[in-house]
Structure formats: structure tokens, C-alpha cells
Design a protein around this ligand. Structure first.
Ligand SMILES: [Cu+2]
Length: 67
């Protein structure tokens, strides 16, 4: 399991956090996603495959946030 923190811009409140958490935890291989809008980042625990960070970042951007 790998723990990674990714900078995310554009989250404004708790509902952004909840929605993004749900979306990211749907990705297979992601164990937990913990968005924090005040710190502008998401902490993610996932299986350590090479393309996971890319996959996660793509999903974050698809949801309308900026990396
Ligand atoms: Cu919000």
C-alpha cells in the first residue's frame, strides 16, 4: 500500500470533500481517499501500481478540480 498526498485546487467546502472522496474510492486499487479543502490536498492510500497516480489525477481533473 502506498500513501500519497496530491495537491488539489478548487474544493470549497465539506461537500466537495465528500463527493471527491466517493469518486476516488470508486477507482479499483484505491483504499481510502481523504480530501481536505482547507489544506488543498487529497491523501490517498492505494495499491502500488505505476499508473495509479495518473489515474487518480485524471479523475480529480474530470471532476472539475485542478492539480
Ligand atoms: Cu464544496
Amino acid at each position: 500500500m502506498v500513501l500519497e498526498k496530491i495537491k488539489v485546487k478548487g474544493m470549497h467546502c465539506k461537500s466537495c470533500e465528500i463527493l471527491l472522496k466517493e469518486e476516488l474510492e470508486e477507482i479499483s486499487g484505491v483504499k481510502t481517499a481523504t480530501p481536505d479543502h482547507e489544506k488543498e490536498r487529497v491523501s490517498i492510500e492505494f495499491d502500488g501500481s505505476n499508473d495509479m497516480v495518473d489515474k487518480i489525477k485524471k479523475k480529480i481533473m474530470a471532476e472539475g478540480y485542478k492539480i
